[in-house]
Design a protein around this ligand. Structure first.
Ligand code: C2E
Ligand code: CA
Ligand code: CA
Length: 281
């Protein structure tokens, strides 16, 4: 079975050292924000959570893509501080959302973490502290970590993820379905995870490619055998959403439903949390 390989990263045109010091200033100067993209239950169109995606509005360069600044933040180690900020902000946003729609333990925030985060010795303690200092339940927080991270730091990831899962946090493996299937299918037994997120390169044009449909079918089958949820990323059309649902995929996320938006632009419709039912008819 073949599967797509990841795109090489776009080379940033700004000097990395300069950008790293500017990123540090950005964290102190409140230039970072989060956008939120809903994760939809493909069965009923209800929102079950939001992925948080970091945005940097640079005072002179304007918006810088995360594809550029996240690698710089990772290489400089600044990502650890940025991730902590993102987790705190995501929790605060969830509380504000609950202020509008009422407390709902089924709604979670899904926050991206990098290899550096898990490599930090204090990661688990700090996560625990941040979450316990808030009044959201651990089940309302999902950590997104990539398969690359699992491959690079298998022992550390196993230990950390075991602790996270035992405290009730959700753990999703991001960018799933890329690379060697024997490796990524192996992750399902090697690591404790509550969900896999099928990468958008796998989902892209799935209706035109029977290999992709077979791969998605197999991912869903293997995941369901282990009680792991499946979230498809990069859903851009109704046809894709309906095909994924027919294949048994539980959840979807993508431009067809909504682009990642700042909190203030999440509309009243969305705050009802059932906003996407019509799009799946
Ligand atoms: P990712 O975690 O795989 O996030 C999904 C990316 O796909 C996001 O790009 C999102 O805007 C985009 N996307 C969502 N739906 C669609 C769709 O239907 N079609 C297409 N073409 N794209 C879609 P974004 O926001 O530019 O982020 C890029 C990457 O930067 C993320 O990929 C993630 O690896 C990283 N990133 C973003 N925020 C954070 C963060 O807070 N922490 C860390 N460590 N990484 C982050
Ligand atoms: Ca992600
Ligand atoms: Ca992804």
């Amino acid at each position: 079975m073949t599967s797509p390989t990841p795109n090489p990263a776009t080379p940033p045109s700004i000097d990395k050292t300069v950008l790293a010091s500017e990123f540090q200033a950005a964290m102190l100067g409140h230039q970072l924000s989060l956008n939120y993209q809903p994760i939809i239950n493909l069965g009923n169109g209800h929102i079950c959570g939001f992925e948080t995606l970091m945005r940097w509005n640079h005072p002179s360069r304007g918006f810088i893509s995360p594809g550029v600044f996240i690698p710089v933040a990772e290489e400089s180690g600044l990502i650890v501080q940025a991730s902590k900020w993102a987790l705190k902000e995501a929790i605060r946003a969830l509380k504000r959302l609950e202020g509008h729609v009422g407390h709902n333990e089924k709604i979670y925030m899904s926050v991206n973490f990098s290899p550096n985060d898990l490599a930090s010795e204090t990661f688990v303690d700090e996560m625990y502290y941040i979450i316990s200092a808030s009044d959201v339940r651990p089940v309302q927080v999902q950590l997104e970590i990539t398969g690359e991270l699992l491959k690079a730091q298998p022992e550390q990831a196993l230990e950390t993820l075991n602790i996270c899962r035992s405290t009730g946090l959700k753990v999703a493996v991001d960018d799933y379905g890329l690379g060697d299937p024997s490796v990524f299918f192996g992750y399902m037994d090697e690591f404790p995870m509550s969900a896999v997120k099928i990468d958008q390169l796998v989902v892209r044009d799935l209706l035109k490619d029977s290999n992709k449909i077979e791969l998605i079918r197999k991912i869903i089958e293997e995941a369901k055998n282990r009680n792991i949820e499946v979230i498809a990323e990069g859903v851009e059309s109704k046809e894709e959403a309906l095909e994924l649902r027919a294949l048994g995929c539980d959840y979807g996320q993508g431009y067809y439903f909504m682009k990642p938006l700042p909190e203030r632009e999440l509309t009243g419709l969305l705050l009802q949390l059932t906003g996407f039912t019509e799009l799946l008819k």
